[in-house]
Design a binder for this molecule. Structure first.
Ligand code: C2E
Ligand code: MG
Ligand code: MG
Ligand code: MG
Length: 282
């Protein structure tokens, strides 16, 4: 490599970093404007119950997208951790939870039908002293019933401030909320903790699923999934597999007793009107 070649690469790298910094600052500055102007859209991804024939939509997950007035559609991977780092994630999450509850109430009113929907809680939200008040307020205002707004907490959150998280979760559960442990297998919670934890649903992370080829696959992933399904069964937890993209993966999981399947094989996350059409309207 020539000297100048190396030099120009360094310059590009620095410029890229600078551009990223500017973009991040821009997104942070735009958060409040975006909430006020309804730029955040809540999409819904169905979770299919595969233990009945044919499979039916048993629940769904609310996933946020940002339709930015200048930058276009931005996926959550580009802004969630940014808002977490700046401790502003609560502002966005409160909005997403309220929107989700509003949709549930609206569909209940229109069709007399309710499908429980889970929302994501950031590990930052868990330590917010107003969390309970916020969620209870949303549920009361919309009248949707606590059992219809499931709460997803990522597994990695359980490893920081363990006792406090266990307490918050216990409190919600005793009130009738369902707790789903998200991204299971990516954090470091021990089996000991899993047995002490008061949860209803275990969401098997996509990383275990994505390379599974099917029935005859004897990979480590297959063995892990079988093991986790056994543990979940003995703890009487409902299991959701995330990121299921192929028929082979779906059939493998169905045969092993996995309850619900969420993934592109059945459906991508859908805008509210499309979800309404597919899941609520009969
Ligand atoms: P997550 O909670 O684990 O959500 C599942 C992610 O997997 C979603 O990505 C979904 O679109 C994606 N996914 C589902 N099925 C498939 C599949 O078959 N193949 C592949 N490749 N991907 C699939 P998304 O919507 O980009 O969200 C990414 C993450 O951002 C979420 O992961 C969650 O941690 C976070 N997030 C999304 N919405 C919110 C929110 O409102 N609040 C908070 N705090 N976090 C959120
Ligand atoms: Mg989730
Ligand atoms: Mg997940
Ligand atoms: Mg995940």
């Amino acid at each position: 490599m020539t000297r100048s070649g190396r030099h120009s690469r360094l310059v590009v790298f620095n410029e890229e970093m600078r551009t990223k910094e500017i973009l991040e600052q821009r997104l942070l500055n735009d958060l409040k404007y975006a909430i006020e102007n309804k730029e955040f859209l809540v999409y819904f991804q169905p979770k299919y119950n595969v233990q009945v024939d044919p499979p039916v939509i048993g629940s769904a997950e609310a996933l946020v997208r940002w339709k930015h007035h200048e930058l276009g559609m931005i996926p959550p991977g580009d802004f969630i951790s940014l808002f977490e780092k700046s401790s502003q994630i609560g502002i966005l999450d409160r909005y997403v939870w309220a929107e989700t509850a509003r949709y549930i109430a609206q569909w209940k009113e229109k069709y007399g039908k309710v499908i429980p929907i889970s929302v994501n809680l950031s590990r930052i939200d868990i330590f917010d002293p107003d969390l309970e008040k916020t969620i209870e307020g949303i549920v009361e205002e919309t009248g949707i019933g606590r059992e219809n707004l499931h709460l997803e907490v990522t597994e990695s959150a359980y490893t920081e401030g363990e006792e406090q998280i266990l307490e918050v979760i216990r409190c919600f559960r005793s009130k009738g909320y369902h707790i789903e442990m998200d991204d299971f297998g990516t954090g470091y919670s021990s089996l000991n903790m899993l047995s002490r934890m008061s949860i209803d649903v275990l969401k098997l992370d996509r990383s275990f699923i994505k390379d599974i080829k099917g029935e005859d696959d004897d990979s480590k992933d297959v063995q892990m999934v079988e093991l986790i399904l056994d543990i979940a069964r003995s703890l009487k937890l409902v299991v959701v597999a995330e990121g299921v993209e192929t028929k082979e993966q779906m059939e493998f999981l169905k045969k092993r007793g996995c309850d619900l399947i969420q993934g592109f094989y059945f459906s991508k996350p859908l805008p509210a009107d499309e979800f309404e059409e597919k899941a609520i309207k009969d």
